[in-house]
Design a protein around this ligand. Structure first.
Ligand SMILES: [Fe+2]
Ligand SMILES: [Fe+2]
Length: 252
């Protein structure tokens, strides 16, 4: 069995409110009787991309198991690389922050879909070429591609403006490849669908939840800051399809 704790969108900003919501989730994961194999955080680590915020991210996400992180639209490459140098292993010194990380029997291709100064996502031709070459490298195990911006609309009238653009080219690279699942965040909703023939699993937003327009809190605005934070727990068992449990974790 291989277990991934998939967190997303903590948006740490130095405030107790943001910190406490992340801490509720991390404390929950630390309480597992069977430690997870890896913790994955799919972006919007910091709210403003400040180095001080990344220092807080580094401190709050210290685990005894490997922790993988990738950037979202709220993150900024240079301070992220500086503040999270013990977590992020990416060639170069600027944007994008792509990574390939092997943790036990699983390979994680961590894509940077962010566009500096913008909220939507985009993968440049160079990034797509890098992804294709990386996927050409044979890997006989679990194989995940993780990134921040979902490549398809998830029926949210506001957030759908800021998903990954030009996703057809991305689909062309992914289609037919031996990929266990695509793991994303950004839309502050736990969600499950498919893309390019692969499972597309979206982790809930730790900082807030973005209700669908027909849900009761919709009248309160874009985000619900009171809904419980949570995480996705991906469980891989040999010869079985991947299992994902979405777990809300009430914070105090
Ligand atoms: Fe976010
Ligand atoms: Fe985001």
């Amino acid at each position: 069995m291989y277990v991934i704790a998939h967190l997303s969108d903590p948006h740490l900003d130095g405030s107790p409110a943001a910190r406490d919501r992340l801490r509720a989730v991390t404390q929950y994961v630390r309480g597992f009787s069977r430690p997870v194999d890896v913790v994955l955080v799919t972006g919007d680590l910091a709210d403003h991309g400040l180095e001080s915020e990344y220092e807080e991210v580094a401190a709050e996400l210290a685990f005894d198991v490997p922790v993988l992180m990738l950037p979202g639209n709220h993150d900024i490459s240079a301070p992220l690389r500086a503040g999270l140098s013990s977590y992020v292993d990416s060639p170069g010194d600027g944007h994008p922050v792509h990574q390939v990380r092997d943790v036990g029997e699983a390979r994680f291709i961590l894509l940077d879909t962010s566009v500096p100064g913008e909220d939507h996502g985009l993968l440049s031709p160079a990034s797509l070429s890098w992804l294709a070459e990386t996927l050409d490298d044979p890997w006989d195990g679990l194989h995940f591609v993780a990134f921040h911006h979902p490549p398809i609309p998830l029926q949210h009238p506001v957030l759908d403006q800021w998903i990954l653009r030009d996703s057809d080219a991305f689909a062309d690279v992914l289609r037919g490849r031996p990929i266990t699942a695509l793991l994303t965040g950004h839309v502050h909703n736990g969600a499950s669908t498919t893309f390019a023939g692969h499972p597309l699993l979206v982790a809930p937003g730790i900082r807030s939840t973005a209700p669908l327009p027909f849900e009761p809190p919709a009248a309160k605005g874009l985000v619900d800051l009171q809904a419980a934070p949570g995480l996705a727990i991906h469980v891989a068992v040999p010869s079985q399809p991947l299992i994902t449990v979405y777990r809300p974790v009430p914070s105090t």
